[in-house]
Design a protein around this ligand. Structure first.
Ligand code: SAH
Ligand code: SF4
Ligand code: F3S
Length: 432
């Protein structure tokens, strides 16, 4: 028998790309491929790309430059570009980089095995009528007790800075039953913690069920212990979802709710369709439902027209909320988006703002972590730690926790008393 073909895959961008990469690997495995950690051994190199900021997008081209000598040494090697840059730039990628053989968008990757089989140069960036999830193989062996599950794709919000509505298309929700079936498959393979994914996950809607109904349905699956979801938009935070945070014990106390800016003027220019005050009131309601919830957000600094006063309002909002986690980005003008037409804020000013904001959220993150010391939390072990007899897992609040537990195994869900907090993780002792 001939040797199986080898696939090397590299993933950039958000968790939805991580999920898509897993599904692409499974589709190629069903077609006889095995994975390799080394691009130089691969018959097919796949780059699953992100278009969100210029830097992310340009990584594709630097990686392709690095692959060139490998392809010269092994002309049979095929190179494929998947994901959001594939969708945004399509055939342009092959014109700029003739070494690319396949370009496949996020909605057509179920066709990848067939594209790879023909061996011809091909582009598929359609938004096909068939549902790729119906045509992909069932979920296979998994590495750990936590898994992602995409339930919703696309975005209709058209924030003025963002490429996602163009790269991922309109909002589409997967049918409830398909999601339940996939979750059951995952649980049968040992998964205990599922994070539901969507570019606008709380806009999920299918069979008269919103995200709250989906969460409650999944929570009834025996063996599934934890449910999370990301990313949410403030305007889709319905009452029933907030209520689920109060009374659904399997829904974890963590909410990523990006606000982007604390200035109403900038929020309006961003087309976010809510004010800072409305966001703060929403946070109050969420905290009323689940007082210990850990809040997380994304921020953009240096959006066109942002003044020092606007930026100060962002700092004020961060101080008012107190985040357990936050990501801040310097605005990057993206071709085709409305904001790209506007003049940029001075780069040095934007850099300085980014540093100030990052310093503030780092302090808040640390304070939130330190406040866990002395508390008892649930921890789901992921893998052994670096020290002998040690396990590493995730707390309910998604903090990394180190526990000395020589009998511990990945997938054990245990109670831990937190004893110490260090820069990126907590440490504790198992209490049951
Ligand atoms: N759907 C999600 C997040 C999508 S992208 C939401 O609505 O929040 C993830 C984050 O990238 C965004 O929240 C935003 O903070 C950041 N981002 C998106 N476009 C950007 C751009 N052009 N420049 C800088 N950051 C951007
Ligand atoms: Fe982009 Fe806005 Fe849609 Fe989020 S809600 S994906 S930031 S357009
Ligand atoms: Fe990037 Fe596409 Fe995700 S642009 S952030 S990979 S949806």
């Amino acid at each position: 028998m001939s040797e199986p073909k080898k696939l090397f895959i590299k993933t950039y961008g958000c968790q939805m790309n991580v999920y898509d990469s897993e599904r692409m690997v499974e589709a190629m495995q069903a077609d006889g491929y095995v994975t390799t950690e080394h691009a130089e051994d691969a018959d097919l190199v796949l780059l699953n790309t992100c278009h969100i900021r210029e830097k992310a997008s340009e990584k594709l081209y630097s990686d392709l430059g690095r692959l060139r000598p490998l392809k010269t040494a092994n002309p049979d090697m095929k190179i494929g570009v998947a994901g959001c840059v594939a969708q945004a730039e399509g055939g342009e990628i092959m014109r700029r980089m003739p070494l690319v053989d396949l370009v496949v968008g996020p909605q057509s990757y179920h066709r990848l095995p067939e594209m790879a089989r023909t061996g011809r140069k091909q582009i598929d960036t359609e938004f096909p009528t068939e549902d790729k999830f119906d045509l992909l193989p069932k979920r296979k062996a998994l590495r750990g007790p936590s898994a992602f599950l995409t339930v919703q794709e696309g975005c209709d919000k058209f924030c003025a800075f963002c490429v996602v509505p163009y790269t991922r298309g309109a909002e589409v929700s997967r049918p409830l039953q398909r999601i339940v079936d996939e979750a059951r498959d995952l649980v049968e393979r040992g998964v205990k913690d599922i994070t539901l994914l969507g570019q606008n996950v709380n806009a999920y809607h299918s069979d008269k069920t919103g995200l709250a109904g989906l969460v409650r349905t999944l929570a009834r699956i025996d063996g599934l212990e934890r449910v999370r979801y990301t990313t949410s938009h403030p305007n889709d935070m319905e009452d029933d979802l907030i209520a689920a945070h109060a009374d659904e014990p399997k829904l974890m106390p963590y909410l990523h709710l990006p606000v982007q800016s604390g200035s109403d003027r900038i929020l309006k220019a961003m087309n976010r369709k809510h004010t800072a005050e409305q966001y703060l009131r929403l946070i109050e309601r969420v905290r009323l439902a689940r007082p210990d919830i850990l809040l997380s957000s994304d921020f953009i600094v240096g959006f066109p027209g942002e003044t020092d006063a606007d930026f100060q309002q962002t700092l004020d909002l961060v101080s008012a909320v107190g985040y357990g986690m936050a990501y801040s980005f310097k605005y990057s003008a993206r071709p085709g988006t409305p904001a790209a037409e506007k003049p940029d804020v001075d780069a040095a000013v934007a850099d300085a703002r980014l540093q100030v904001l990052q310093a503030l959220v780092t302090r808040q993150q640390r304070a939130c972590q330190d406040a866990m010391v002395g508390r008892d939390v649930g921890v789901l072990y992921d893998k052994p730690g670096r020290m002998p007899g040690q396990m590493v897992g995730k707390s309910d609040h998604l903090h990394a926790v180190h526990v000395t537990d020589p009998a511990g195994k990945p997938g054990d869900l245990v109670r831990v008393r937190i004893l110490a907090s260090s820069s990126n993780s907590l440490a504790g002792e198992r209490i049951s």
